[in-house]
Design a protein around this ligand. Structure first.
Ligand SMILES: NC(=O)c1ccc[n+]([C@@H]2O[C@H](COP(=O)([O-])OP(=O)(O)OC[C@H]3O[C@@H](n4cnc5c(N)ncnc54)[C@H](OP(=O)(O)O)[C@@H]3O)[C@@H](O)[C@H]2O)c1
Length: 274
């Protein structure tokens, strides 16, 4: 029996993957902020006969306190992690700041993955073939790190925040093996492209309808989208860091994966989280 930790494990791809792993006999710790979806997840686990192998951890991963509480709780629940999957997200059409004064998308989409990824590396290293699977956007929509305004105080849009977080996750992947040079843990950046989830829910009505219509035509079902995810968990790539757009490998070249930028962001982020 292997143990998987999934942020955003109560909805969309995280939930689909979690239930798939439970159904085949693994153990899943799902982290999310809402009790309703968490309760539904554990109820579905019981229906699968996996109630004793499913745990819901409630934590707001957009706050530093929530990230640290999640780290502590996972530490109590397990000493070994075979796979750590990052899927927590919430699209924010309007700018919001967390109690820590950090722009919310940057905090949830990127910072929580920085804190949990580095913080759980010892538990990952105890597994046989450990992997971090970061569901983000390599090779997807263009975007950049706004070095002079990381919190997007001067100019905000939901898309600007989301694409900045995507680029930050690309660099997080590049920095991971540099921070842990002797680690066996494989870091995988994975862009699922369009998948039919509740992702568009926070958008205003006209954009939501458009996004849902596009997803209905071009998007994949969660059931289909999780097949390659499960395969990556079962057979992690040989390289310490790799990136995929669905099944297509993305070369780790160009400015999105520049080692100097990865180092710079790593330094800035360490200062931010203290
Ligand atoms: N769907 C797509 O088309 C698509 C495309 C490209 C990349 N991706 C990436 O794939 C990943 C999964 O996307 P998805 O569409 O499957 O997600 P989703 O269905 O929107 O689910 C998001 C999950 O994150 C949790 N969450 C939201 N805010 C949170 C917070 N503050 N703290 C902790 N958990 C929180 C939600 O539960 P609560 O609300 O209860 O907290 C939920 O479990 C994301 O990283 C996304 O960026 C998705």
């Amino acid at each position: 029996m292997r143990t998987y930790v999934i942020t955003g494990g109560t909805d969309g791809m995280g939930r689909g993957l979690g239930l798939h792993l439970l159904a085949r006999g693994d153990r899943v710790i799902a982290i999310a902020s809402g009790t309703a979806k968490g309760t539904a997840f554990t109820r579905d686990a019981v229906a699968l006969g996996a109630g004793d192998r499913a745990v819901f951890v409630r934590a707001d991963l957009s706050t530093l306190a929530g990230m640290r509480a999640a780290l502590d709780q996972v530490g109590v629940l397990t000493a070994v992690i075979d796979g750590l999957v990052f899927g927590a997200q919430r699209f924010r059409p309007r700018r919001a700041e967390t109690v820590d004064g950090i722009e919310s998308t940057f905090a949830l989409h990127y910072l929580s993955r920085f804190v949990l990824g580095h913080g759980l590396v010892d538990a990952l290293e105890r597994a046989q073939a450990p992997v971090v699977l970061n569901l983000c956007g390599p090779g997807g929509m263009p975007g950049r790190i706004h070095w002079d305004d990381l919190h997007l105080r001067a100019r905000y849009s939901g898309m600007r925040a989301a694409t900045q977080a995507s680029r930050a996750n690309d660099l997080l992947g590049v920095a991971f093996p540099r921070r842990h040079p002797t680690a066996r843990t494989r870091y995988v950046l994975y862009n699922p492209m369009m998948v039919r989830t509740a992702m568009a829910q926070p958008l205003p009505a006209p954009q939501r309808l458009l996004a849902n219509a596009a997803a209905a035509v071009f998007g994949q079902s969660v059931r289909r989208a999780i097949i390659p995810l499960a395969r990556i968990l079962d057979e992690p790539p040989a390289e310490p860091i790799s990136a995929f757009r669905r099944r297509t490998r993305i070369p780790l070249t160009g400015k999105d994966f520049a080692p100097e930028a990865a180092e710079r962001l790593d330094t800035v982020t360490r200062a931010l989280v203290g």
